[in-house]
Design a protein around this ligand. Structure first.
Ligand SMILES: Cc1cc2nc3c(=O)[nH]c(=O)nc-3n(C[C@H](O)[C@H](O)[C@H](O)COP(=O)(O)O)c2cc1C
Length: 185
């Protein structure tokens, strides 16, 4: 049984998502003593304050609990128009509502994948900006943005690119080190 348990959230709902595939790769590259569970955000409804005042919908409540219980988070974000996907922003918005917003002080790592030349770096910066307000504790290095993603995964959605695999492995190791440091402080 892993002593550190992380939660992975992909910002893409499509079956063939490169980002979801990158998250699955990360789950298989966790260091000893750590595990990564993937949470599917497809059941999260669109944010509506009128609904929120009546109580969190069940999928949102589940997400909030999973985030609160996790030792840290891994986001895999697509880049939509230089930002994160709407579904990821929506899930973060829901989960962040009071009381006790669960992102506070949470160690967080980000990966991104995109078919273009930049691999989702601009979405990563947007996500970091949101994380400032929510007091997430980001791992800064290594940066993992899988550019040209169409040639880096096979038809089954397995990451085949050795450089990307190595970077994800290093990022997961850094996330674990960072999490242990924050717990000690
Ligand atoms: C609405 C929309 C906007 C997009 N904008 C960008 C963009 O700004 N930069 C980029 O590199 N790719 C952009 N793309 C392409 C996505 O990177 C590509 O569809 C990617 O595969 C999405 O991630 P996924 O494979 O995890 O679903 C966009 C795609 C969509 C649907």
């Amino acid at each position: 049984m892993a002593d550190l348990r992380f939660l992975g959230i992909s910002g893409s709902l499509r079956k063939g998502s490169f980002n979801s595939a990158a998250l699955r790769a990360a789950a298989g590259l966790m260091p000893a003593g750590a595990s990564l569970e993937i949470f599917d955000i497809s059941a999260i409804p669109l944010y509506n304050e009128d609904v929120k005042v009546q109580g969190f919908p069940e999928p949102v409540q589940k997400l909030r609990e999973k985030i609160a219980q996790a030792d840290g988070l891994v986001f895999a974000t697509p880049e939509y128009n230089y930002s994160v996907s709407g579904v990821l922003k929506n899930a973060i918005d829901w989960a962040s509502r009071p009381p006790e917003q669960p992102f506070n002080d949470k160690p967080v790592a980000i990966v991104s994948a995109a078919p273009g030349l930049f691999g989702g770096t601009r979405a990563q910066h947007n996500l970091r900006q949101m994380g400032i307000f929510l007091n997430m504790r980001f791992v800064n290095k290594p940066e993992v943005s899988i550019a040209g993603s169409a040639s880096k995964f096979d038809a089954d959605g397995t990451l085949t690119d050795e450089t990307a695999k190595g970077l994800i492995k290093d990022l997961m190791a850094e996330l674990v080190t960072w999490t242990r440091r924050l717990k000690k402080a």
